[in-house]
Design a protein around this ligand. Structure first.
Ligand code: S3P
Length: 174
């Protein structure tokens, strides 16, 4: 049987705060959350960098999409997605079909600072070229997809996770 309750999908660039927001929102709404990257890492027993190195980015995208498309047929969850999930056409179509999609809009400058601080952990696309120009390029390649998929866009700068979660809750309750 197909799930009838809509999921909440959190999308956005790497380090925009998706994985931090999901558990906060999960607690407030009492809906379980799934962090797609964390699940893939634990299933494969490899970190994201190792998946990219030993398998390839293409295989990572395939695994990410297969896992995502299979899971969304299940019960209602909040999803912290990987930054590149929107690159796949089927993923984009499923975001609108199966849920409400929240885009975290975080300035590149702030993303860059966070990435430098955690040394680009799990972000092979940044590690291979760790500069703002690369982040801008990634953003420019994806911004249309992000905008196309988002039901709500939240600017995150200078906002606590609680405030951001509250904005999501107000939107879904309206
Ligand atoms: C990616 C973002 C990462 C991870 C992988 C690819 C991307 O997830 O899925 O490194 O293409 O932007 P986060 O968005 O959680 O950092």
């Amino acid at each position: 049987m197909e799930n009838t309750q809509k999921h909440i999908f959190i999308i956005g660039m790497m380090c925009s705060g998706k994985s931090s927001l999901a558990p906060v929102l999960s607690k407030k709404l009492d809906i379980p959350f799934i962090d797609l990257d964390m699940d893939l890492v634990s299933i494969l027993g490899l970190d994201i960098q190792e998946i990219f190195n030993t398998l390839s980015e293409k295989k990572f995208r395939l695994l990410e999409s297969t896992y995502f498309l299979e899971h969304i047929k299940g019960s209602q969850h909040i999803y912290a997605t990987g930054g590149g999930l929107v690159l796949n056409k089927n993923n984009r179509a499923s975001l609108s079909k199966y849920g409400i999609t929240i885009l975290l809009d975080t300035p590149i400058e702030l993303i860059y600072k966070r990435l430098i601080k955690d040394q680009g952990k799990s972000r092979p696309l940044f590690i291979k070229s760790p500069n703002k120009e690369n982040l801008k390029k990634i953003w420019n390649e994806r911004k249309e997809y992000y905008a196309q998929c988002a039901n709500l866009m939240i600017k995150t700068e200078n906002k606590s996770l609680d405030i951001i979660a509250q904005e999501v809750i107000e939107y879904i309750n309206q």
